[in-house]
Design a protein around this ligand. Structure first.
Ligand code: ADP
Length: 872
């Protein structure tokens, strides 16, 4: 480094010295020129003085004729003549210049010997300079005048020594004076030219000395200034870069090392020592000491990597655990390579160690997170996948492979297209590409093929994960199978439509019986109505009320069945019983419709355990439908037989039939083939739902078949025959016999509906009972206090005080007195009955009350305040 700096210094100094030398040479030359010019100036002074003096002595000689004057003249004129000789010796081509002759000439011209060389040099070398050339020219002109003076002087001497003609002498003197005047002019011009030359030389000197000097000083200043500053900067930079390197190493949690492969001595930087938790200089400096700090399990791999790198001349990079402190293990990324000597043998190993513990921990937690994510994504029932920003899918969850039956290799990237419906795929691709381009989420309902080839509908959502700058890092996609949901929604929509149709039908069906009732009532109101007509009207009202009651019963029944609230009252019976009941009930309809009913029952009775009332209900419903949906004069067939362990009932007709599309849902609630408005037959569309519910309660099955519209229908009911059941004494299906009893009881009728209260009161009076009415709960309590009834017929929903509370209060006030309290309400569900029982009611009548049931209850209550439990 030191020799390099010295070399650099010389490189800068040598040109500078050369420049200074050149400058000095130029300055010397300028000085030389200047001194030459000065010598000429001095010579010109001598020349001028000698010439003037010579002229003086010559003119004096003209008048004195004294030979010494002439000699003095000759001695003085020798000065310009010497100078002329010098000029002539110099004023030649370069090769012919005679410096010696010139020297002699100058010496004759009495010039200072010291200035002769410079005068000659100026003459020869600068003769082409304008001033010098001009001076030489003037000098030559003067020499020619001097020659003419000399020749005039000789003429004068001749004249003085000869004729002494004053005219001649005066003429010569005049001539001499004229020549002298001319010389004066030339002298002035010569002086002026010399002055110019002197100024030029001086300027030259100034130029050569000052300007280059200044330039040199500036350049030197700049060069040395920069050199100096560079030297200073280089040192600072070196120090700085060492600090930066150290900082960078600390910041990057790294340190450096050098290992001498010959001695196994190891040098560690302070940073490396810090990483190992050692104080500065705390590392012992041997390879063995280092290996001690490497985790036992990583030592062999570490050595192997280093040796491999030394052998192959490549870099090694290995991650290993190292000990920092007694119990702390951290991770290091070691990198390095060997340095080889001139003979190719490895001499040193140099490298760095980077503490990557945090990185490793982050890597581990990222790995764990990814594992957790994948576990979770594999556990969800949805299909899931992850795609790169460009849409290339590089991961699918397990469910995807299970559902599609594909393999990772087959669906990587864009392979998922294979499980899409070809007709939908272009739209999917278009929207997916648009999302990739815009970074917007993808949302679409689309079909995906299952492994067995069946397409199911998926709600597909793909969300982008973006960085802070809004660039997409990954896409996360899920596909949720919404096939069932879609079907459920569709079913709901259908059910909703059916419900609307049902409500319209219900309204229609309820109005139908109301119309004849209303008409009959109007007729009854007319004065003078014949007794026979009264009977007809009463029968109409009775039929229609029964019809209405059946409608409402069916509705409640179907509701109970759907909620599983129907209890069968099973008995061991012969199937013929309930079937005959149904036939009997349908007879009037068959007759009025003009149908022929053919019944085919086996000779051998088919016994089974069933609720006979319910079986009658099922068969009656089928017969009713057959009669309703068969045009007048049709043929209805009913048959029952035993098939294996089943009793099989067929009800067939020659009616309008059922289109194949409707067969599957004919048993659903509110399902009717023709739209309500086109229907000519009554019905709520619940009869078959009820029949199926009842049959299924018997663990049986009901099916329909029809060859199509207009080709009749056939319903088949299958009921399991009990193999274990033994015939038991069959209890009658019908209700208990009504025993009329003429005993009179006090009955309090409570109902906020006045008509309801009146009509029930009247009926009871007709039955021979003493009746009092009350129209709300409070009224009822007061009336009971006064009237002391044997029986209270209590409505439930009433103003002021409801039936439950009123009944409780009345019971309380009655104390030990026998009192029967019956609920009379429109709420007829089982839970309603349970609730009224819990409130202390003795029995529960559902409106409208059947007169027979009412009588039956009365029969069970002995008159005279002896309470009995009456249930209906
Ligand atoms: P409803 O008779 O009150 O309409 P059902 O549940 O008993 O209700 O019957 C549902 C529908 O099934 C009927 O509206 C009718 O369209 C069709 N249906 C039932 N029985 C027959 C039959 N024997 N012939 C033709 N259609 C029938």
């Amino acid at each position: 480094m030191k020799s390099l700096r010295t070399a650099n210094l010389w490189l800068a100094i040598v040109p500078m010295l050369i420049a200074v030398a050149v400058l000095i040479a130029l300055a010397a030359a300028s000085m030389y020129a200047l001194s030459g010019v000065r010598a000429f100036v001095g010579a010109e002074g001598l020349w001028s003085r000698a010439e003037k003096d010579a002229m003086y002595y010559l003119v004096r000689y003209a008048h004195s004729a004294n030979a010494s004057d002439y000699q003095t003249y000759q001695a003085l004129i020798a000065v310009p003549v010497g100078d002329r000789k010098a000029r002539e010796a110099l004023d030649r081509p370069a090769a012919a210049v005679d410096y010696e002759a010139a020297r002699r000439g100058f010496l004759e011209g009495r010039n200072d010997a010291a200035g002769i060389d410079s005068m000659s040099a100026i003459f020869v070398h600068l003769r082409h300079r304008p001033y010098v050339a001009n001076a030489i020219d003037i000098w030559a002109q003067a020499d020619r005048l001097i020659e003419r003076i000399n020749s005039n002087a000789i003429e004068l001497q001749t004249a003085v020594q000869g004729s002494r003609d004053p005219g001649r002498i005066e003429a010569i003197v005049a001539q001499l004076q004229s020549l002298n005047e001319q010389l004066d002019l030339l002298e002035d011009e010569f002086s002026y030219t010399l002055g110019q030359a002197s100024r030029w030389a001086t300027r030259l000197l100034v130029i050569f000395l000052t300007i280059p000097g200044a330039v040199m000083v500036i350049v030197a200043g700049l060069v040395y200034g920069r050199k100096f500053s560079r030297t200073l900067t280089a040192d600072a930079v070196l120090r700085e870069s060492q600090e930066v390197l150290s900082l960078a190493m600390r910041g990057g949690r790294m340190g450096a090392f050098v290992c001498d492969l010959a001695t196994n001595e190891v040098w560690w930087s302070h940073e490396l020592e810090e990483l190992f938790g050692l104080p500065a200089g705390g590392f012992p400096g041997t390879e063995a000491a280092f290996l001690e700090l490497v985790h036992e399990q990583d030592r062999a791999t570490f050595k192997q990597a280093v040796e491999g790198a030394i052998t192959t001349g490549t870099d090694y990079a290995i991650e290993f655990r190292f000990r920092r402190g007694p119990d702390t293990w951290r991770w290091m990324d070691g990198r390095g390579h060997a340095v080889y000597g001139a003979d190719g043998r490895p001499t040193r190993l140099v490298g760095i160690g980077i503490d990557i513990t945090e990185h490793k921990q982050a890597e581990e937690s990222a790995r764990q997170f990814e594992a957790r994510f994948h576990t979770m994504a594999d556990a969800i029932p949805q299909l899931a996948w992850i795609a790169r920003p460009d849409g290339w899918v590089d991961w699918y969850n397990r469910r995807w492979y299970e559902y599609t039956g594909t393999t990772p290799a087959a669906v990587a990237g864009w392979g998922w297209e294979s499980v899409h419906d070809a007709s939908v795929l272009p739209a999917v691709l278009e929207r997916w590409r648009a999302s990739i381009a815009s970074g917007e989420p993808f949302d679409m309902v689309l079909p995906l093929r299952r492994a067995d080839g069946v397409f199911r509908t998926f709600l597909t959502r793909i969300m982008p994960l973006k960085d802070d700058a809004g660039r997409v890092l990954q896409w996360f996609g899920t596909g949720t199978d919404i096939t069932a949901q879609q079907r459920a929604e569709e079913t709901l929509r259908i059910a909703d439509r059916r419900k609307d149709a049902f409500i319209a039908t219900l309204a229609h069906e309820l109005r139908n019986p109301l119309a004849p009732i209303r008409h009959a009532l109007e007729i009854l109101r007319l004065p003078g109505t014949a007794a026979a007509e009264l009977v007809t009207m009463r029968d109409i009202i009775d039929r229609q009320v029964r019809h209405l009651t059946r409608l409402v019963d069916d509705l409640l029944e179907v509701s109970r069945i759907t909620r599983g609230n129907v209890q069968l009252r099973t008995e061991f019976v012969s199937l013929a019983g309930p079937i005959n009941d149904a036939i009997e009930a349908v007879q009037p309809l068959m007759k009025s419709s003009g149908h022929a009913l053919t019944v085919e029952l086996p000779v051998e009775p088919i016994h089974l355990v069933c609720d006979p009332t319910r079986i009658t209900q099922v068969v009656l419903n089928l017969l009713n439908n057959a009669a309703k949906f068969t045009p007048r004069g049709g043929h209805i067939r009913l048959s029952a037989k035993r098939e294996g362990n089943e009793a099989v009932i067929h009800v067939g007709d020659t009616g309008i039939g059922i289109p194949p599309a409707n067969l599957s849902r004919i048993f659903e609630m509110f399902s009717q083939v023709s739209p309500p408005i086109e229907r000519t037959h009554g019905g709520l569309g619940i009869g078959l739902a009820l029949a199926r519910g009842l049959v299924e309660l018997h663990a049986g099955d009901i099916q329909v078949s029809s060859a199509g519209a207009g080709r009749g229908s056939e319903f088949t009911v299958r009921l399991p025959l009990s193999s274990t059941a033994e015939p038991t004494a069959s209890s009658p299906c019908a209700g208990e016999k009504v025993v009329r009893c003429g005993a009179r009881r006090r009955i309090l009728v409570v109902d906020d509906n006045l008509d309801s209260a009146h009509s029930l009161g009247k009926l009871l009076q007709h039955m021979g009972q003493e009746v009092q009415e009350a129209h709300d709960g409070v009224d009822a309590i007061n009336a009971a206090d006064e009237f002391q009834p044997d029986v209270v017929m209590m409505d439930i929903g009433m103003p002021k005080l409801n039936g439950y509370d009123a009944a409780r209060e009345i019971r309380l006030r009655a104390g030990s007195r026998a009192l029967t309290i019956m609920a009379v309400t429109g709420w007829g569900q089982d839970e309603d009955k349970q609730r009224s029982a819990a409130a202390g009611f003795d029995g529960h009548f559902t409106k409208p009350i059947d007169a027979t049931q009412l009588q039956a209850m009365l029969d069970r209550i002995p008159p005279g305040n002896q309470a009995v439990t009456a249930a209906t």
